[in-house]
Design a binder for this molecule. Structure first.
Ligand code: ZN
Length: 206
């Protein structure tokens, strides 16, 4: 049994033809993500219904480890206190599955963290390809003034686990504004993970 090849077009804004699904995340859906809760409450009161980011994706008919899911993510610009707008972030349910991101438009950071707490923010601008290796938590951060558009691709059986970040009180570091740029700052709410949780996510790689 074979699947017929297909192609699609992605425009500069991230819209993708032949997408099989789309998801839009509103600002109010990001409650709890930002350190400055008062600034978030003020933003949510005026702009809670606004779309923070959207994903268009192509999922194959059959989800197998040999198949791929690909699509686009479009994350709007903005700040909550010192922090830039960002995606919720996740680790893959099958945590040894990697992902590729290609930055089409905008400026940003792919913020990555191992379950054991090492962080690695990597800058993105148009043309940047980010390899997110197995076991890395990952989140996109828009450090620019225009939408950040990335194209992503990952094994179809990977799945997304969003709770790993929430349970730890966020990622270990925040990406905050610094003049015209950004810097990594300690996250005062970060609780980390115990050895058992790290081992569940990383297995023999811990
Ligand atoms: Zn992912």
């Amino acid at each position: 049994m074979f699947v017929s090849p297909s192609s699609c077009l992605v425009d500069a804004g991230g819209a993708m033809t032949s997408a099989t699904g789309a998801k839009r995340t509103r600002i109010r859906d990001l409650a709890g993500l930002f350190a400055d809760e008062a600034a978030f409450a003020a933003l949510a009161a005026t702009s809670g219904d606004a779309i923070a980011y959207g994903v268009d994706e192509f999922r194959p008919e059959r989800v197998t480890p040999q198949e791929l899911i690909f699509g686009t993510s479009t994350l709007g610009p903005g700040r909550v206190g010192d922090e830039f707008f960002m995606t919720r972030g996740h680790i893959h349910v099958k945590s040894d599955r990697p992902e590729i991101y290609f930055c089409q438009e905008g400026r940003g950071v792919m913020h990555m963290e191992l379950p054991s707490g090492e962080t690695q923010p990597m800058e993105m601008h148009p043309g940047t390809v980010i390899h997110v290796p197995p076991f890395w938590i990952h989140r996109s951060v828009n450090t620019g003034t225009a939408p950040l558009v990335t194209f992503f691709c990952y094994p179809a059986d990977a799945g997304q686990d969003y709770e790993i970040i929430a349970r730890a009180g966020g990622m270990k570091t925040l990406i905050v504004a610094d003049g015209d740029g950004w810097r990594e700052a300690p996250n005062p709410r970060y609780r980390g993970r115990d050895a058992g949780e790290i081992a569940r996510y990383m297995g023999a790689a811990a």
